[in-house]
Ligand binder design. Structure first.
Ligand code: KE4
Length: 438
């Protein structure tokens, strides 16, 4: 019998044992298994606002929020009402609905670089489709991605750098034949010289460059302005499409996503294609990709690039997404998120400094990252110089105190509109205890 810290039955452990007998690793997505940090995953019984309660009934302040979607907090009344009503009207039709048009209109209105959009059911599907679209639109095969950026688990993207960075990739996953990733070039994030060299060597064969503009899959690493400018210039010069993977940053770092942040720093900046997810579904399975009309019209049934989905634009998911977008579009919404995110990370920094633990942090809107490092990393290799065991002790110390950060040092964190000043203060107080014990 598995028991928890107060000697009672640990239902998380019990559930994890049952789950592992039936589901690989006991989870339906690997990061949930706590493999990077060790220990027993917390099985969520219910969630409300900034909190969730695990299978033992223990409350946690939730800084993952389903890895970004729960920007309003869990169970926002207006969203619950919209989803409930939509469910009563029908779960799925496999036919067009007005709400898909409304959601497309809302996205196009909020993201000026997009004329048209296609709704899908996951970020992976959106990124995979965007690559196929870029290849079909350009007639080219090669694509550039960056070490440390994650764009879902489509075969062509499960690739690590070859013998050295800036070489065509090798699969990072079993089951991906080498020939599937032979056209994927993996470069170092923020490395200008590699970028120039890659386009000099392959520029006219490159269909697209796909990038997380603020890399949340490396915790929180920004593309430098010179680097982003160069990505834009080289894609334009060589006729490659600049694809922004905003599955995490979209509607999360700003209402217009990371591209709105870069447009303030680089006059007139726009990506060619945008991949979205998470927030636009409000926690339901909904993602999207969009671009200018000339590109999007290459998609079936108009053009030769096939893409489809039984549940694409699902009527319950679109109701959830629309209700979410309506709430986040309110004036001052992101200012409030940014204040909370900065209060959290600067409070954690003070706690770490008081204990002499190296710490640095960054945030944009409601997305944040922190590292047990002295300086903000600019690429994946530097992120991974973090003292892993020390991070894991920090993670579990906070988890024991009911604070739920991402169970991996290379993942970002998120605050919602439901996180209160008291929640932030309680988190910082817990961190003071934990840092002192590291
Ligand atoms: P999904 O297929 O998981 O909906 O989206 C893939 C994806 C694409 N692009 C970016 C920038 C992403 O962050 C993601 C998924 N993010 C991870 C968290 N790092 C989801 C968590 C998980 O894999 O369970």
């Amino acid at each position: 019998m598995t028991s928890n810290t107060d000697g009672g039955t640990d239902r998380n452990a019990q559930l994890f044992e049952r789950a592992q007998a039936l589901i690989p690793g006991g989870v339906n997505s690997p990061v949930r298994a706590f493999r990077a940090v060790g220990g027993t995953p917390r099985f969520v019984q219910r969630a409300e606002g900034a909190y969730f309660w695990d299978a033992n009934g223990k409350r946690h302040i939730d800084y993952i929020g389903s890895w970004g979607p729960m920007i309003l907090g869990h169970g926002h009344p207006a969203v619950v009402e919209a989803v409930t009503q939509a469910a009563r009207d029908g779960f799925s039709f496999g036919a067009p609905t007005e709400r898909e048009v409304e959601l497309a209109e809302a996205i196009v209105k909020l993201v000026p670089s997009i004329d048209m959009v296609r709704l899908v059911s996951s970020g992976t599907e959106a990124a995979m489709s965007a690559i196929r679209l870029a290849r079909g639109a350009t007639g080219r095969s090669k694509l550039i991605k960056f070490e440390g950026c994650y764009h879902g688990h489509a075969d062509a993207l499960l690739v690590k750098a070859g013998s050295g960075l800036a070489t065509f990739g090798n699969p990072t996953s079993a089951g991906v034949p080498p020939e599937v990733v032979q056209h994927t070039l993996v470069l170092e994030y923020n490395h200008l010289e590699q970028l120039d060299a890659a386009f000099a060597a392959h520029g006219d064969d490159i269909a697209c460059l796909m990038i997380e503009p603020i890399a949340g899959n490396m915790n929180f690493v920004r593309a430098s302005v010179p680097f982003m400018q160069r990505c834009r210039e080289l894609c334009s010069k060589h006729g490659a499409l600049l694809v922004f993977d905003e599955v995490m940053t979209g509607f999360r770092v700003a209402l217009g996503g990371a591209q709105a942040v870069y447009a303030k720093l680089i006059p007139g900046f726009e990506p060619d294609v945008t991949v979205m997810g998470k927030v636009i579904g409000g926690g339901m399975p909904l993602a999207a990709f969009g671009a200018k009309r000339a590109v999007m019209q290459q998609l079936a049934p108009l053009g030769g690039v096939y893409q489809a989905g039984t549940l694409s634009g699902n009527p319950v998911a679109t109701a959830c997404g629309l209700a979410t977008l309506k709430e986040i579009a309110r004036p001052g919404f992101y200012d409030g998120l940014a204040v909370q995110a900065r209060a959290l990370t600067s409070g954690l920094a003070d706690a770490a400094n008081a204990a002499g633990v190296p710490f640095c942090h960054d945030s944009e809107g409601g997305m944040f990252g922190f590292f047990l490092l002295s300086e903000l990393p600019q690429n994946y290799a530097t992120v991974m110089t973090t003292d892993g065991p020390r991070f894991n002790r920090f993670f579990h110390g906070m988890l024991d105190r009911g604070i739920y950060f991402a169970p991996a040092l290379y993942e970002a964190g998120f605050v919602s509109a439901a996180h209160s000043t008291a929640d932030i203060a309680a988190t910082v107080a817990a961190a003071r205890e934990v840092f002192a014990s590291l």
